[in-house]
Design a protein around this ligand. Structure first.
Ligand code: AMP
Ligand code: MG
Length: 493
């Protein structure tokens, strides 16, 4: 085997690094070291992410691992850096942003970037302290793994470490560091940065990097007169469309869909004030700071398109012809509805498309909204109905029983054409029993503040396999308590 000159020698962790993003050069990032935190402790670890990185249990239990993932000690072969990007925040050009508290340790030899979030100030911290608090770090850690468990593209989270170092937000809280893992953390905002500053050489370098490493088929496209950058825009549009369709189907609100929070790989990234819907309200706003409701649940599909339009504008110096960029963006309008239909069809346990399907979906969504029915519980109970034919538990969720009965009878007629067992199994694998509701996260956070991290570990177990029954954990699958509606999640994290 020919040795890859970029691969650095093995460390005790077993991790080997090749750091391709670092090799892009200083226009893209600033090399720096994390700022240590005092007396770190483990808050949570994901075994599945550790397996992806081939990290042993032994090493993950070591003082070296704890220090490395807090930013207190560097791992041999890493080239720690903060990257520069810009972006549109809440629809307004915000200029330069960048990794204000995230630091890329490097890229492992098998192509996964490892990043610390909350490891101290960077040249892009602006007024921020470079830190993340325990509360938001637990939310990011759990939600990353919850989304993965749901089959939704996302950045992953390997672990969280905590420290009692005080962090000032609205109140004094404590610090934590999340270790995130993804093939790349490049955002739409990275492209906007170089386009806005007229750095077209770097813009091309970045686009070539993304194409060569993640979208190689763009090089041989026969569409768009063979323009690889238009093909890239199309590919990103399609991935983003597929991702947002999954968000909508599962009832996920991201909360801060700024262009700097949009992944070029179509991954869900930057978990802040996100929420899984409790009662179905299409206009639900999960971010307390989003006073205009720009990022309301039912606006997410249009916002994603708006963000792609910004990406298209940023790529224009490379695509050169506006018509090509517009044509590339068109794919979103084709893929999003098709993906959403596919997801909703699966939620209903239907194996193929037929006339009347749209009415069936729209009909139930209207009723769910009218009666403010719990979104996840409805779909899970409907899955149970498909298995045992007992309509009462689903019916009980509705105030307007007559309207529901009418819908159910149309649905049952359609269901009769399906293989019953297969349909019920499809529904159980599509409609999760467990989602990371705000109050569940909140309970785990309260426990963790008392240094009891079992709540984080237990929730992780449920969320990693959210379609399984997990006997004994019924309360975690139940309706939210009354106090859940008073939880306010803002951008403060
Ligand atoms: P977000 O809204 O979390 O996507 O963050 C927007 C921008 O603010 C990014 O450039 C972040 O790196 C930066 N940022 C957020 N919180 C902090 C913080 N506590 N310290 C430094 N930068 C931050
Ligand atoms: Mg962000």
């Amino acid at each position: 085997m020919i040795a890859d000159p970029l691969v650095k020698p093995e460390a005790k962790s077993g991790l080997r690094w090749r750091n391709r993003f670092a090799a892009l050069g200083p226009a893209f990032h600033t090399r720096l070291a994390p700022t240590p935190l005092p007396a770190p402790y483990w808050v949570g670890q994901s075994r599945t992410v550790a397996d992806t990185l081939c990290l042993s249990n032994n090493w993950l239990a070591s003082a070296e691992a704890l220090a490395a993932f807090t930013g207190n000690q560097s791992l041999p072969g890493t080239e720690t850096l903060a990257s520069v990007y810009s972006g549109h925040q809440f629809g307004v050009w915000a200029g330069q942003l960048g990794d204000g508290r995230a630091m890329l340790l490097g890229e492992t030899a098998n192509g996964l970037e490892v990043q610390l979030k909350g490891a101290g100030r960077t040249p892009y911290s602006r007024m921020g302290d470079g830190r993340a608090v325990l509360r938001s770090s637990i939310r990011e850690f759990l939600c990353s793994e919850a989304m993965h468990g749901l089959g939704i593209p996302t950045t992953r989270a390997l672990c969280i470490t905590g420290s009692d170092a005080p962090i000032r937000r609205e109140a004094i809280e404590t610090a934590a560091v999340v270790t995130r893992v993804a093939p790349s953390f490049i955002r739409f905002g990275h492209f906007e940065h170089f386009a806005y500053n007229g750095q077209h050489e770097q813009l091309r370098q970045l686009a070539d990097f993304v194409i060569d490493n993640f979208y190689p088929a763009c090089r041989s496209t026969e569409n768009f007169s063979g323009n690889p950058y238009a093909a890239l825009l199309e590919q990103v549009s399609e991935r983003t469309a597929a991702m947002v369709a999954q968000w909508q189907a599962v009832g996920f609100c991201h909360g801060v869909m700024n262009t700097d929070n949009m992944s070029i790989l179509g991954l869900t990234i930057d978990y802040g004030p996100f929420q899984f819907l409790d009662a179905f309200n299409p206009a639900h706003i999960c971010n307390h700071s989003d006073t205009q409701g720009r990022y309301a649940y039912n606006r997410q599909p249009n916002i994603a398109y708006w963000n792609l339009f910004c990406l298209g504008q940023a790529l224009l110096p490379l695509i050169e012809e506006q018509e090509l960029a517009i044509a590339a963006l068109e794919s979103y309008k084709r893929v999003f509805p098709a993906e959403l239909e596919k997801r909703m069809r699966a939620k209903l346990g239907l194996s193929h498309s037929e006339a009347g399907e749209r009415e069936l979906v729209e009909g139930i969504l209207t009723l769910l909204a009218q009666d403010k029915v719990d979104y996840s519980i409805f779909w899970r109970r409907l899955s149970q109905f498909a298995a045992d034919g007992q309509a009462e538990p689903v019916r009980d969720l509705f105030l307007d029983r007559a309207a529901f009965d009418t819908w159910l009878s149309t649905y049952t007629d359609r269901q009769a054409q399906e293989d019953a067992a297969r349909s019920a199994a499809l529904m159980r694998q599509t409609n999760p029993k467990f989602v990371l509701r705000n109050h569940l996260g909140e309970q785990a956070i309260q426990q963790a503040r008392e240094k009891d991290f079992s709540g984080v570990a237990n929730l992780l177990t449920l969320l990693e396999n959210p379609f399984d029954e997990h006997p004994g954990f019924e309360p975690q699958a139940d309706f939210p308590p009354d106090w859940a509606s008073s939880i306010e999640i803002s951008c403060s994290s």
